[in-house]
Design a protein around this ligand. Sequence first.
Ligand code: HEC
Ligand code: HEC
Length: 334
Amino acid sequence: MNFRLFLILLACGWALGAADGPCKPDVAALKHKYVRPTAVPFPVENAFNKDREILGRMLFFDPRLSAMGTVSCASCHNPAFGWDDGLPHSASRPTARRTPSIVNVAWGQRFFWDGRAASLEEQALGPIQNENEMNLPLEKMVAVVRGIEGYQALFARAYPREPVSEKTVAKALATFERTIVSAQAPFDRWVAGDGQAISASAQRGFVLFNGKAACAPCHAGWEFTDHDFHDIGTVDLDPGRGKYLPAENMQHAFKTPGLRNVATRTAYMHDGSQRTLEAVIEYYDGGGMCLRPSLSPRIHNLQLSGGEKRDLLDFLLTLTSDDAKVEIPNLPRR
Ligand code: HEC
Ligand code: HEC
């Protein structure tokens, strides 16, 4: 090693140990990476308007979109549970994946734990047909919706130049889903400049999240996801993204979940295998369970102290927002 570089590294190492050295993390610069966007993105081919949101909200809560007339999207993505079902495994398939919350899906890039849907419009038709979910073939679903007279005018207002079809149903559902955005959390107020908005412990946790605990490269940006897929070493035979992509690092890889409102979940991970945030932190500290070739190189023993784990937890708790009361629509009876 070049001698000057050696001296610089030595000085840096010393400064890190010292209270206010030049290598102290630049918290202001870190905060800057977490500034909330000012507008929700909508695709040009399904631009936002209020009529589309109103229609989509009704379809989302309407159980008539299922074979038995008893299951709606909201049965599993229940606003009372932060838009999931409050269960460690989806009720439809008790051994299968956990129902993810759908907050902030407007920013999503691929959908489902394994990323098999490329847009919300594509995603929405999956559960309607899925025999374990709503189990209604699309042509029947369209017939049901066309048969409800009250929907005619709503579709005409929302999509005036398009017929009532599986396409417009999907577009309306997707529009409504894009409006489900987590509101300001104490963390946002801190990022915006209120130094008292989160505790000193949570502030240390934020630095750990971006430093020693190395969570930030995957849980990146204001939503806390890189929108990518990783094997973090959970004990499970589910191939995840590997079912679609042969690359070694995609085997057992799942979508990085956003961490907004994370404290409100009932269980964590695609398989609901961790029950508390404390357990999740212990899990990462231990460096994962299944040490197979696909394991992300970012997962390793972190050697966090008890105090550091508490700080990290306190930080995660600051991501819970005071979301506005959800409006449950009145549905057309006939
Ligand atoms: C029986 C429960 C159930 C019903 C009903 C249901 N979902 Fe889901 N939803 C799930 C589960 C489980 C997953 C994860 C499946 C997977 O990743 O393989 C999921 C995934 C999703 C995702 C992907 C989220 C992400 O971050 O990738 C969206 C969006 C979604 N559902 C929307 C809907 C809509 C819209 C409806 C109604 C048309 C609906 N769901 C009905 C259980 C359900
Ligand atoms: C290599 C990328 C990566 C790193 C590093 C990483 N995560 Fe994750 N995280 C993921 C993925 C992928 C999942 C989903 C895994 C699964 O379901 O099997 C996940 C899941 C989670 C969950 C569960 C969320 C939910 O809704 O189920 C929490 C909480 C979490 N991570 C927090 C952290 C913390 C805290 C750190 C740092 C100690 C961290 N993560 C480091 C990629 C990562």
